[in-house]
Every structure is written in C-alpha cells, then in structure tokens.
Design a binder for this molecule. Structure first.
Ligand code: T46
Length: 135
C-alpha cells in the first residue's frame, strides 16, 4: 500500500558536534541506488506534484525547512521537515508536493531505484485511477 512515515535517526553528539549514520536496510528501509539533493528553492515555487509507481525514497532536510504534502489517494498529510535527525519515508503510489521552502533549505533524497521518467505519474487523475486498479 501507499506508505509514508517519519523515521527518527539517532544523533551521536559530543563536544565536537553531531554525527548521524544511516545504513541501508536499517535506518534506510531499502537499498540505496541513487542520491540527489536540491538547493536554491524559492518559498512560493512548489516542487513535486507527482507519485511514483516503483520507488522508495527517504527525504531529509539537512538545512532549513520545507513542507511535504503527501496524499495516498485517501487522505492528505502534511509533514514539516526541519531536522536533520528525521527522514520522511515515501513508498510507492504516494502523491507528493513540496512547499514553503526556507531560503537556506538543503533537501537530500535517498532513492531505491535509478532515475526513470517512466516511473513518474504526473497527472493526479491517472494517479487516482492506478491506485484504484491496484486495490
Ligand atoms: C521526488 C521529489 C521528492 C534527473 O535527471 N535525475 C534525478 O535523479 C532526478 C530526481 C531528477 N532528474 C531531472 C528530471 C527533471 O528534468 O531533474 C529535473 C527536475 O526533477 P523534478 O522536476 O522531478 O524535481 P521535483 O523536485 O519535482 O521532484 C523530485 C524527484 O524528481 C522526485 O522523484 O519524489 O523530488
């Protein structure tokens, strides 16, 4: 099913600073095949507006803040990401939009598959139709 949830990471802190370690199939609930990151976003220029057919991702706001609006075809949930100790897990068939970027926002995303434009569903009605067909 369409799954999304926050994952809390352990931060190892001492007088030298903080360290967060993420391992595949542990804190990251899949094998990582791709990493991408976004910078220079603009508060009133949202991103996303799509779902994926076969892609798990973990989004971490390393610096600043942003809001993910996610939708599993039943209900919408809003996640405010503003901590580098937290990741937002997004499974298959989750519609996502990213809003309210702070000027300094640095968003890093770990992904379970290589990039494939064919995996994107960029039309909301097609997303709803495909979710229904899978039920
Ligand atoms: C997602 C959200 C959270 C690539 O060439 N390789 C890549 O790995 C990615 C992610 C993108 N691209 C190209 C495709 C577009 O020409 O980079 C351009 C911008 O991508 P897009 O408009 O899809 O960016 P967002 O911010 O709307 O969505 C991205 C990811 O694409 C998407 O998978 O879940 O971040």
């Amino acid at each position: 099913m369409s799954e999304h949830r926050l994952i809390q990471f352990k931060s190892l802190a001492d007088e030298r600073g903080q360290l967060v370690a993420l391992e595949a199939n542990r804190e990251i609930p899949f094998e990582v095949k791709r990493v991408y990151y976004m910078t220079g976003m603009v508060a009133n220029l949202p991103r996303g507006f799509h779902a994926h057919r076969n892609l798990q991702q973990l989004a971490i706001c390393l610096v600043g803040r942003c809001t993910f609006l996610v939708n599993d075809a039943r209900e919408e949930t809003s996640y405010d990401l503003s901590s580098r100790d937290v990741g937002l897990y997004l499974g298959n068939y989750v519609w996502r939009e990213m809003h309210n970027f702070s000027e300094d926002c640095v968003l890093v995303v770990l992904a379970s598959e290589h990039y494939s434009e064919a995996d994107y569903i960029r039309d909301y009605d097609i997303f709803l139709r495909e979710v229904k067909l899978r039920e």
